[in-house]
Design a protein around this ligand. Sequence first.
Ligand code: IDP
Length: 161
Amino acid sequence: HRSKSTGLPGAKERTLVAVKPDGVQRRLVGQVIQRFEQRGFKLVGLKMLQVSEDLLSEHYCQLRQKPFYPNLVHYMTSGPVVVMVWEGHNVVQTSRTMVGHTNPTEAQAGTIRGDFSVHVSRNVVHASDSLEGAQREIQLWFQAKDLLDWDCCDQASTSEV
Ligand code: IDP
């Protein structure tokens, strides 16, 4: 009898991904989710909400002084967003690669921004840019009770079948 596996190292890493208002309005939520599922990440939190300016200014605290900040607030509050927490090995860095360059003009084809967007002020998705950023953003957007730890059906022991 082998002891229960704890998974690959770093398998519990988590990041925050959001489909921004343009992504929701363009019916891209499913395609964004599909890419993260298909890559092999685990969805542990999901909600749709209308973002407040207060939440946004916390989320984008490093950008408050930027000239484009007022437009960014207008964009991000222009409709609901779908915000998610994804879990898995190296998920923070891999999500950034999947999302692509901030400016869609620079984003490679095959990335979400490279496949679905043309302008930096309508770039469809957000993904945390570092481990520390991910922890900060997850706490900002989610209560701990709304993040679910779950196991895959193919991990059940024979005694449960
Ligand atoms: P990121 O979303 O790739 O992490 P950040 O530099 O953190 O990039 O910028 C946050 C968001 O602010 C971008 O995704 C984009 O929507 C918006 N943004 C960034 N730079 C510009 C700009 O030069 N003009 C307009 N919007 C911008």
